[in-house]
Design a protein around this ligand. Structure first.
Ligand code: ZN
Length: 60
């Protein structure tokens, strides 16, 4: 089951939409390259009980 969340790229400021796999757990951390500027980010994904997805991004 997938949900969509967004984060703001720390390098270029673009809002990035990502798909999150809800079955992987309510808290997830993984790195992903910004599709706009290709800089790597560490994403901290938190899924609320109502299914709302919050994503924090840190530049690596
Ligand atoms: Zn970027």
């Amino acid at each position: 089951m997938l949900a969509e969340g967004t984060y703001i790229c720390q390098a270029c400021g673009e809002e990035i939409v990502v798909e999150v796999d809800l079955s992987a757990g309510g808290r997830q951390e993984y790195s992903e390259d910004c599709p706009v500027c290709c800089r790597p980010h560490l994403l901290s994904v938190r899924i609320a009980s109502d299914g709302h997805v919050e994503i924090g991004a840190e530049g690596e």
